[in-house]
Design a protein around this ligand. Sequence first.
Ligand SMILES: [Zn+2]
Length: 105
Amino acid sequence: MKLVYCGECDAVSTLATLERERCQTCGKPAVRIELPRPWQYWGATAVFLLALVILLATNLPEIQIRFLVLLPFLGVGLVLSTWGMRVSKGRALDAGRALVKGGKS
Ligand SMILES: [Zn+2]
């Protein structure tokens, strides 16, 4: 996964790693923005790993109970990854704007 910035529409697009770097809105070439992952991303990864460890360690026989145990972890993980994505996009927008402005002056 990667983030690209389009100067034409002043928008950030989320692309798969192997996709060509262009804007999802107008289709014009966009600039790739490299950013360190926010802490929410690592938080979500940790939560998912923890859920896996708990599942393996407890070895619950009932599939419904397993699901109930996993549900809060999945919820928290999902919230964290969505939040992290939003933070990343906001940062990419700032970085992209700075990049475009820097190129013009
Ligand atoms: Zn665009």
